[in-house]
Design a binder for this molecule. Structure first.
Ligand code: COA
Length: 157
């Protein structure tokens, strides 16, 4: 699917455009949590044939550090390398905005995500114990494992 990927344009969403909740909810099942961080974030979308097929959200933690609060690829476009493209675009954008480090959190059960982020140079820096139990109304399971703890990974850029 390299040829499809070459036609993807990644750009910041303007304030007049609709937030792609269909995508953001793939990474974060609670809209209230999404709305909370969107207030202080920038949203980026991956467009293929006029349709948003991927998105990521950058949320500044300080002048030097930024967090990827959400990264998602539409189900039918997953496993074609687009997540990797979005992640490297998030790193490029964070560098351009003069942040010195970038971090991302994922669940202990998110095996593919832990693989993707570590392969891109992110290292585990903290664990927020019981984050998913304390902050989400319903239990979340992935790969047959309960999502309990948030694993925080960071990369100097
Ligand atoms: N276990 C291990 N590795 C896996 C895997 C799995 N179950 N599924 C995919 N991978 C690997 C791929 O083989 C690829 O590795 P490679 O480059 O060595 O071949 C790598 O993960 C990245 O794959 P890619 O195709 O770029 O990812 P994607 O386009 O599917 O996007 C997500 C990744 C996570 C953004 C996408 O799956 C998604 O939107 N998931 C739902 C939302 C979500 O969970 N977001 C993250 C919240 S923390």
């Amino acid at each position: 699917m390299i040829s499809d990927n070459l036609n993807i344009i990644i750009r910041e969403l303007s304030s007049e455009e609709n937030v792609p909740y269909n995508l953001l909810l793939l990474a974060d099942p609670e809209k209230e949590m999404i709305d909370e961080y969107l207030e202080s974030s920038r949203v980026y979308v991956a467009i293929l044939n006029d349709t948003a097929i991927g998105a990521y959200v950058l949320y500044p933690l300080s002048n030097s550090s930024v967090e990827i609060k959400n990264i998602a690829v539409k189900e039918e476009h997953q496993n074609k390398g687009i997540g990797k493209i979005l992640l490297s675009d998030a790193i490029r954008e964070a560098k351009e905005k003069r942040f010195q480090s970038i971090c991302i959190g994922t669940a202990n059960s998110s095996i593919a995500q832990l693989y993707l982020y570590q392969k891109a140079g992110f290292e585990v820096t903290a664990i927020k114990r019981n984050f998913f139990i304390d902050n989400y109304a319903l239990p979340i399971y992935e790969n047959g494992i309960q999502a309990k703890h948030m694993i925080m990974l960071s990369k100097e850029i």
